[in-house]
Ligand binder design. Structure first.
Ligand code: B1M
Length: 236
């Protein structure tokens, strides 16, 4: 149940469009899945195209969550709740978006590297990337180079994302990138890496395009590098 500042119940359907979107930002921030689902249904019922609901109500709200997460105002449990609420809304929109063929910004294959079973951070990155309009193929944990290569061959993503949380597993990212280089495939993909023990210097040293400190940075970096790629392609 959405509430205003004085604790009074808010009837979502009584709000006009702008007020409802503002309220959905608050509800997403608070991880209120049912309210987000209701808000999505109301906007669709008022004739909003699914892509507009996704970008203006859900992605807009998730952007605020991502910024506050990056700035240390929100923490992992809250972000997981917000991401869960967002997923609830997205589940309603997904089939409709597929019907209307809404453009995705790009596609990413992501997985935690071989020997590593940490997946909370990777899952957050996947959710935030999906929330920002990317198609994400999540390979899960403990991925050997063959698993990444197979998925890239099958999925033809724009971006390869790798996650590692252990100092013993992070060097495996270089194994994957070196294999791409050896097969002449490196320039076909934007390679983003992340995980708590990494840093920018490590990202550069192993030949990644960028190290992403957190999920919000991953989204910002992915968008910037995709745009740069398109501009380069357009310039011939
Ligand atoms: Co593990 N663990 N753990 N652990 N664990 C750490 C990483 C550790 C630092 C704890 C410690 O000792 N202080 C330590 C590593 C030490 C080191 O290598 N120097 C450690 C260890 C040692 C281990 C085991 C070896 C313990 C043991 O068995 N003796 C073992 C390893 C198992 C294995 O992988 N083979 C192990 C196991 C586990 C659990 C299973 C219990 C559990 C994982 C549960 C799960 O993931 N489903 C776990 C957890 C929870 C942690 C800590 C406490 C938290 C990690 C986490 O989820 N953080 C962790 C301590 C810590 O990091 N402070 C620790 C929250 C998450 C949101 O942040 O993953 O950094 P993070 O992701 C961020 C960014 O890094 C970035 O964006 C995310 C969101 O903002 N990011 C990316 C991450 N991946 C990205 C990919 C991208 C872009 C950005 O691609 C584009």
């Amino acid at each position: 149940m959405s509430e205003d500042e004085s604790g009074e119940e808010i009837i979502l359907s009584d709000l006009d469009d702008a007020e409802l979107v503002e309220q959905m930002f608050d509800d997403l921030y608070d991880g209120m899945k049912e309210e987000i689902e209701e808000g999505v249904r109301i906007l669709l019922g008022r004739g909003w195209p699914p892509y507009r609901v996704l970008t203006e109500a859900l992605v807009g709200g998730m952007k605020i969550v991502g910024e506050d997460f990056r700035d240390g105002i929100l923490f992992v449990p809250e972000v997981l709740l917000a991401a869960g609420a967002m997923k609830g809304g997205m589940a309603i929109l997904k089939p409709l978006l597929a019907e209307t063929g809404a453009p995705t910004i790009g596609k990413m294959v992501i997985g935690t590297v071989k020997g590593d079973i940490h997946d909370i951070g990777k899952n957050l990155v996947s959710m935030m990337m999906e929330g920002a309009g990317f198609e994400v193929v999540d390979l899960g944990i403990n991925n050997a180079v063959e698993a990444y290569l197979e998925a890239m061959e099958a999925e033809k993503p724009d971006i390869l994302g790798m996650s590692a949380l252990l100092t013993t597993t992070m060097p495996y990212m270089k194994v994957v990138i070196d294999t791409l280089v050896a097969r002449g495939l490196r320039d076909d993909y934007i390679v983003l890496v992340g995980g708590a023990p990494l840093n920018e210097e490590f990202g550069r040293a192993i030949g990644a395009d960028a190290y992403c400190r957190d999920a919000a940075v991953a989204v910002e970096t992915a968008k910037a590098l995709i745009a740069r790629r398109h501009n380069r392609a357009a310039a011939g």
